[in-house]
Design a protein. Structure first.
Length: 553
């Protein structure tokens, strides 16, 4: 037998949950063709003994809806072993769209996902109106990794209802029928599912709630039923669960009407264990024969504090904005005084931490800026100033009310959850959570010392196979004959996230947070090596994934 590539002697964790084993992996025509003792030869053979050989990661919650139209590189996700990214989440996107509504969709994405309007106005080519045309536009550009998108509720509502949809007026039966028709057409054209937002946190840049916020049950069920008639697609929901029982019944009704799986975004949003109510509802849904999954974060969802990002403590200081030498003690004193006069940086210093050269995403309370300042006899402002000269600080928000990641462990461990919520492509000035997959393996599989960890085969199965299965891409996430040759080769001892930093590489000179990783030796997409030690190989094998996919044979 001859092959295109053989990876020799690696420690294979195949994504099934089975224990690690030493094996060769043979690839031909973009597929895995043999795993075990491979006798044949290949055009290219790589000796990878001592390294982990695992499937590529499938990230089910990203927001590359705009970036994918102008950029062939879905970074930062691709830097963290992701080989398939699913965008179009939270009910926000850019299709369908009438010319008159383009600004409204930009304002919605700007407000909900922290993507600057100037960037979107400059970058979006707007060569589409329908969802089908948007998919064709995405398909026309090669990318580093595979990606898929979904039908987004708010654009569909605006397209069908116009200003009535933006004003969140009730949809008529004719409106619902048309929204269902458009959604079904998008699914048949290759969208993976339908997403909607039910949270007051999602607002346009002008402060208006998302059009989908309080859509009635009849509207959601009607759309879901139309999608279900295609026999394909997944439902994705983010909700505040304000009236919990009523909201859960709405979600159950969507699943019953469509017969399709649903995911809900889930994290610890406030102190305590309120998230368990949602877990119990998910358990009940599955017990009743519905397919409901929680998508949960691998660590806290937190905000970066930097001197050149969105959250900058000294932004109100005239001296800071003047470009003065920040290392000058006199300049420092002036900036701190001016900031205090302007109202100060009113954040909880007991919840702000220095990230350091090797970011610690589970810092102890004793490492907070407040605790360190007290020990050193300094003001927290002064200490934070010195910290930010060295690099970013980190303020965990969700999943960290107890000063540890125990809630994240509980959520990850649940049998009806999958890892996600990294939001790659969004929150470009404040959050750097596209690195969640690296944290999942490195922190939970090796480094955690403040509580229990997970076994590596289980982690790989959750981030590769379980995520792929949920969105209907059963052709990937497993190293076995007939499966897509999306593969990561990892030096596990070196696997680590690097500190996030700001780059100015968006359209119109826009700035965003970028974060790389160490330890990814080789990343393959469809049998083509895309990254070697984090460096692009010059190949772009990634494509838009349309609809469900199954293994060859």
């Amino acid at each position: 037998m001859s092959y295109d590539i053989v990876l020799r002697g690696g420690t294979v964790i195949d994504g099934s949950g089975a224990a690690a084993r030493t094996a060769d992996v043979a690839i031909r025509d973009g597929l895995i063709v043999e795993v075990g003792a491979v006798d044949g030869r290949a055009d290219r053979e790589l000796e990878v003994s001592g390294a982990l050989v695992i499937p590529g990661f499938v990230d089910v919650h990203t927001h590359y809806d705009g970036q994918a139209t102008w950029d062939s590189f879905l970074q930062p996700s691709a830097a963290h072993g992701v080989t398939t990214a699913v965008m179009g989440n939270c009910g926000v996107g850019f299709a369908p769209v009438r010319r008159a509504d383009r600004d409204a969709l930009i304002e919605l994405m700007e407000g909900v996902e922290d993507l600057p309007g100037t960037v979107l106005h400059e970058g979006l080519p707007w060569t589409w109106e329908s969802i089908e045309e948007y998919l064709d536009a995405l398909d026309s550009r090669p990318h580093d990794i595979d990606f898929a998108t979904q039908v987004c509720h708010s654009p569909v509502r605006l397209y069908v209802m116009g200003q009535r949809g933006a004003d969140r007026e009730p949809a008529t039966p004719d409106d619902i029928a048309e929204m269902g028709r458009i959604t079904a057409a998008g699914i048949r054209a290759g969208a993976l599912g339908f997403s909607t937002s039910r949270t007051v946190n999602h607002r346009t840049s002008t402060g208006a709630p998302a059009p989908s916020l309080d859509a009635a049950r009849a509207e959601l069920v009607g759309i879901a039923q139309a999608m279900g008639a295609t026999g394909q697609g997944v439902l994705q929901v983010v909700s505040d669960f304000t009236d919990f029982d009523d909201e859960i019944e709405t979600l159950y009704a969507m699943m019953r009407a469509s017969g399709r799986p649903m995911s809900v975004s889930l994290s610890q949003k406030e102190p305590g264990t309120g998230y368990r109510e949602t877990l119990r509802a998910i358990e009940q849904a599955n017990a009743d024969g519905l397919r409901m999954t929680g998508v949960v974060p691998a660590r806290a969802i937190g905000v970066l504090i930097t001197l050149d990002g969105t959250v900058n403590p000294w932004a109100t200081s005239v001296t800071f904005r003047s470009g003065a030498d920040l290392k000058d003690p006199a300049v420092k004193a002036t900036i701190l005084a001016e900031t205090e006069t302007a109202g100060g940086f009113r954040r909880g210093y007991d919840r702000i931490f220095e990230l350091g050269d090797r970011p610690d995403y589970e810092p102890a309370p004793s490492a907070s800026i407040a605790a360190r300042a007290q020990r050193e006899g300094r003001s927290p402002d002064e200490l934070l100033y010195d910290v930010l000269l060295r690099g970013p600080a980190y303020m965990p928000v969700l999943n960290y009310f107890d000063g540890n990641l125990d809630p994240a462990h509980e959520l990850l461990a649940h049998p009806h959850t999958i890892p996600g919520l990294g939001d790659g492509g969004a929150h470009v000035g404040t959050i750097s959570d596209g690195s969640f997959p690296t944290t999942l393996l490195a922190h939970w599989g090796r480094d955690r010392d403040r509580g229990p960890r997970f076994e590596l085969p289980w982690l790989v199965a959750r981030q590769c196979r379980a995520t792929a299965q949920h969105v209907g891409l059963t052709d990937r996430g497993l190293l076995a004959p007939g499966y897509k040759a999306d593969v990561n080769v990892i030096d596990f001892d070196r696997l680590a996230v690097r500190p996030p930093h700001i780059v100015a590489d968006l359209p119109a000179g826009g700035r965003r947070v970028m974060q790389e990783a160490d330890g990814y030796l080789h990343t393959f997409v469809s049998g083509t090596e895309v990254y070697t030690n984090g460096t692009w190989t010059g190949r772009l094998p990634g494509r838009l994934v349309r609809g469900t996919h199954h293994p060859a044979g």
